[in-house]
Design a protein around this ligand. Structure first.
Ligand SMILES: N[C@@H](CCC(=O)N[C@@H](CS)C(=O)NCC(=O)O)C(=O)O
Length: 261
């Protein structure tokens, strides 16, 4: 079933291709129609990172097809393995005749090519570095360290935190940013917020960090959960709530003395 508001026919009438080089650079910071969107199919696992792409498309009002087997993560993985056997993971997105992976790259592609000026600070703004940092921090540092800490804990419950891999410090970086800015991209909601929600939810729901220590993150989550597009994503992509949860860590990890890195 196709989701979204079916705007494909109305987008991309001019696009950037008709413009000269300087105008293209300028147009990239303005709201515009962007290039025509090819057919998009999002291969999805409920409650997992593929929600980011569903949420993005709902925020932008762009059409997409959503594929998953309700209540069955293994069943949802089967078509992913069929089209993406080497690195089967969610999201995997069919984009015209191309297969896309990496949620950050997919979001970046859709924003820059198909939704210029939306959910991304202007090229010449002070907020663009914030947006880019958190677009990449979400997977490159935060998710990587959270899952590393989580797996280390499950293998051998620690007595003190690792000096090299420290989830608390990673979430604190996010908390500190939110004391200075309302959103991860700075002044306005952006793709960086979409990227950051999954690892921050992992951090607190699996008890990798103590949610009570990060009130700004909690307040940001409340604002995220009030967004109509986020609610539409939940209704379509997580119709029965979370399924297949990983075990929650038994108690909050005791913090050891922090070592120089
Ligand atoms: N960095 C990738 C990570 C994708 C990823 O690992 N997705 C998980 C679900 S959240 C997955 O598909 N895991 C498959 C498996 O564990 O078999 C991204 O951001 O898209």
């Amino acid at each position: 079933m196709r989701q979204g508001v079916g705007r494909r026919a109305s987008i991309g009438l001019l696009g950037a291709m008709a413009l000269g080089a300087p105008a293209v650079a300028q147009a990239a910071t303005k709201k515009g129609k962007g290039a025509p969107l090819p057919p998009i199919t999002i291969y999805h696992l409920e409650g997992r990172r593929s929600e980011r792409i569903v949420w993005l498309m709902e925020e932008l009002g762009l059409p997409y097809e959503l594929k998953f087997k309700r209540g069955d993560l293994m069943g949802s993985m089967a078509p992913i393995r069929a089209i993406n056997p080497i690195v089967p993971m969610a999201p995997t997105v069919q984009y015209g005749d191309q297969i896309l992976v990496e949620s950050g790259a997919i979001i970046d592609l859709i924003l820059t090519r198909h939704s210029p000026g939306r959910l991304r600070p202007a090229d010449d703004s002070r907020d663009l570095p914030n947006h880019l940092i958190f677009m990449h921090y979400a997977e490159g540092s935060l998710a990587a360290r959270l899952f590393s800490d989580y797996r280390a804990w499950m293998a051998k419950p620690p007595t003190t935190r690792s000096p090299l891999v420290d989830s608390e410090a990673c979430v604190q970086f996010a908390e500190d940013h939110l004391t200075r800015h309302p959103w991860f991209g700075g002044a306005e909601f952006s793709g960086a917020d979409i990227m950051m929600l999954f690892p921050l939810n992992v951090a607190t729901t699996l008890n990798i960090v103590d949610a009570a220590q990060f009130p700004k993150v909690a307040e940001w989550k409340t604002r995220i959960e009030a967004r109509p597009a986020y609610k539409r994503m939940l209704a379509k992509a997580r119709p029965d709530g979370m399924i297949g949860n990983l075990p929650v860590l038994p108690k909050h990890a005791p913090s050891g003395p922090r070592q120089p890195r």
